[in-house]
Write a protein of this length. Sequence first.
Length: 426
Amino acid sequence: MSVLVVEGSQWGDEGKGKITDYLGQYANVVVRSQGGNNAGHTITINGEKFALRSIPSGIFNPKIKNVMANGMVIDPKQMLEELDGLINRGIKEFKLFISNRAHIVLPYHKDLDGAYEDLKGNLKIGTTKRGIGPCYADKINRIGIRMGDFINEESFKKNLSEALLIKNKELEMLGLKQYSVDEIVSEYKEYAKRIKPYVCDTAELLEMEIEKGSNILFEGAQGAMLCIDHGTYPYVTSSSPIGASVPLNAGIAPKYITDVLGICKSYDTRVGEGPFPTEIDGKLANYIREKGHEYGTVTKRPRRVGWLDCVALNYARRVSGINHLSLMLFDVLGGLKEIKICYAYELDGKVTTSFPSTLDELYRVKPLYYTMPGFDEDISNATTFDELPENAKNYIRKIEELTKIKVSMISVGPDRCQTIMLEKLF
């Protein structure tokens, strides 16, 4: 049995979808344990691109059980649109299981998300305005609605009426449209009927799979630096994407996690606001952005680009338990004369390898770099480590030296076959 967590180790958008799809060939179960449709995975299969938002990446394999676990917040309308889109493209045989304890996103969550963001002005977070944060807030405030109640019309009405007593007051204060129970139920009861066959106790299902000795793959959304607890707060997501959060978000014991694979671009990117110590701009940033197609899967926003930050990567390793790395988009660095890698920060005249906790400090750090010679060779057809140019090998070795993590996978292109496997994880 292997229970492997695939985790973004930077600011999200690292290429987790491809690796989940690749490793999914050897998995019996693929689990999405947190987040909502504010995240996205782009998967390329035989040259055809699929953009997933909330459905697990194992959906393309009819033999894999795909689990949307209790730590997720699920927009029923969007999820069904995503599912229908897959069906219309020929993905008709699949196994999907949705936790009865997952919370649901409703229209007022999206209204409030946009309003909160607008009120913040220059302090806006850069959310996708899809209602994820307000839904998680309702969960913590104990006025959320869980999937088990959603698929029962009477329970849905009761819980919704209680929630609207509070939510309508919020909407009114913000000058937004208020909702009636009947208005929401009349639309969403149809979604509930379609979703109901997929709903079950997924924690119990996972325990049964563990007892059977199944290979289970947990796919992360976003990245470690966007963790609500350990990320660059407040410029973070509303849940915890790190490996340490998986047991809570999926209903399994921590002892069952066997490995944590950190997905790491060969450079850094970030979408939205917030500190980004190794950010670069100008022609070089545009070159990397265009070559790497660095635009949001869901939002299409251009991503900010920077050099690989090993201070942040080491921090992610420490809080997440990462013991393997998958280096993504390595081919994008081809053609650069020099490649920089951040090994430390300078803060107030002192050199540090600790990742600061405050925005004030993060905005003031000066990254310190090793500058390494680049490579011109096209590596997109490389199938082994030995086939890589010497300068490319040296860059990988430097990452391992600075992070104390084994690089176990290297991606040299978007397709599943463009993957160099250095160590077997399943």
